[in-house]
Design a protein around this ligand. Structure first.
Ligand SMILES: Nc1ncnc2c1ncn2[C@@H]1O[C@H](COP(=O)(O)OP(=O)(O)OP(=O)(O)O)[C@@H](O)[C@H]1O
Ligand SMILES: [Mg+2]
Length: 289
C-alpha cells in the first residue's frame, strides 16, 4: 500500500470485465449535452464571524459580518466550474478525479438532481436519468426504497411491483429487503442501489462508485447489465477511483480536477495523464490531499 496511491485502487479482476467497444463505428446521436455547467453549494455557518463567544459568533460580530456584505454566516463551495461536453448514445463515459474534484456534483447536475448555478443540461427524448442514491432513505426498508427509487425512475407502482423480485434477486439481499437500509452492509446497500438504478434499462445510466463493492458474482451481473444498456444504445456514466475499471469499461474518460474538466478523451491517454498527475502531486505533498 505504501507504493500505491490510496485514491487508485484495483478492486476489479480485469478478467471479469467486459471489453470496451471504442473505435467500433461512428458515435450515436447525442443523448446528453452539458453546457458550461457550474454547481455551487451554500454552506451555512462555515465561516466564523470574528470573535467567538461560547462557540458561537457574538451578535455584534454577526451583525458586523452582515454589514460587511456577507449574507449570513454562509460560504460557498464552487464544486463544478464551467464544464461542457456532449455524450452520445452507446458511449460509456468514465469520470475520474481526486476526492472532492466535483465528479459526483457534475453527475448530480447532469441527472437533474441539483440545478446548475449557471449553464444548462439538455437531454434527449424521454431520459431516465439516474441518481437514485439521492432519493433513497436509510431509515426505510429496502422494500420501501425500491418503491421510491422505482417511482423516481419513472416506473409506475405496478411496474415496480412487477419487478420487485427481480430487483431483490439482482441485489442478492434476501430477507434484508424488509429491514431498514441502515442495517445493511455497505456492499448490500451498494448492490441494492445498483439493482434499483438499473431496473428500468434507462437511456442514461449513471453509476457513482456503486461497483466498487460486491463480490465477483455481483460484478459479473452488473457488468452484464451495463453491456445490455450499452447494446440498447444507452449512455453510461461511471464514476470510479479504479482506473483499471474505467479503462476496461469505458470508451471515453473525463478527468475532473478542482471542479474543472481537465481532459476528455481516450481512456488510456486520460487515465495515464491522471495517474501521472496524482503521482507528481503525491511526490510534492508526500501525502493524500
Ligand atoms: N451537499 C454539499 N454541500 C456542500 N458542499 C458539498 C456538497 N457536496 C459536495 N460538496 C463539496 O463540493 C466539492 C466537490 O464534491 P464532490 O462530491 O462532487 O466530489 P467528488 O469528486 O465526487 O469526490 P469523491 O471522490 O470524494 O466522491 C467538494 O469540495 C465537496 O466538499
Ligand atoms: Mg463522489
Amino acid at each position: 500500500m505504501a507504493e500505491s496511491d490510496p485514491e487508485i485502487d484495483f478492486e476489479f479482476d480485469p478478467e471479469d470485465l467486459p471489453e470496451k467497444h471504442h473505435g467500433s463505428g461512428p458515435l450515436g446521436p447525442p443523448s446528453l449535452i452539458v453546457d458550461n455547467v457550474h454547481v455551487k453549494y451554500r454552506v451555512f455557518g462555515a465561516k466564523k464571524a470574528g470573535a467567538v463567544t461560547n462557540g458561537k459568533p457574538s451578535l455584534y460580530n454577526r451583525l458586523r459580518w452582515r454589514a460587511q456584505g456577507h449574507v449570513g454566516a454562509t460560504s460557498e463551495v464552487h464544486a463544478v466550474r464551467g464544464v461542457s461536453f456532449v455524450a452520445h448514445q452507446g458511449e460509456a463515459i468514465g469520470i475520474v478525479g481526486t476526492n472532492g474534484s466535483g465528479k459526483s456534483s457534475l453527475l448530480r447536475a447532469a441527472a437533474g438532481l441539483i440545478p446548475p448555478a449557471e449553464g444548462a443540461v439538455y437531454v434527449g427524448a424521454e431520459p431516465s436519468l439516474l441518481g437514485v442514491n439521492a432519493v433513497l432513505m436509510r431509515q426505510l426498508t429496502g422494500e420501501r426504497n425500491i418503491m421510491i427509487g422505482g417511482l423516481a425512475l419513472g416506473l409506475s407502482m405496478k411496474e415496480v411491483r412487477e419487478r420487485f423480485d427481480e430487483i431483490v434477486d439482482f441485489a442478492d439481499i434476501g430477507d434484508f429487503v424488509y429491514l431498514p437500509m441502515k442495517t445493511y452492509s455497505s456492499g448490500m446497500a451498494a448492490r441494492l442501489r445498483f439493482a434499483i438504478s438499473s431496473v428500468a434499462t434507462p437511456d442514461i445510466l449513471m453509476i457513482d462508485e456503486a461497483l466498487a463493492t460486491g463480490d465477483a458474482d455481483f460484478k459479473q451481473r452488473s457488468n452484464a447489465k451495463i453491456e445490455e444498456i450499452r447494446e440498447h444504445a444507452g449512455t453510461i456514466f461511471l464514476v470510479s477511483h479504479s482506473l483499471e475499471t474505467v479503462r476496461r469499461m469505458c470508451s471515453r474518460v473525463l478527468w475532473m480536477d478542482q471542479g474543472r474538466l481537465v481532459q476528455d478523451g481516450d481512456p488510456e491517454e486520460v487515465t495515464d495523464a491522471y495517474r501521472e498527475h496524482v503521482r507528481s502531486r503525491r511526490g510534492k505533498k508526500g501525502k493524500k490531499g
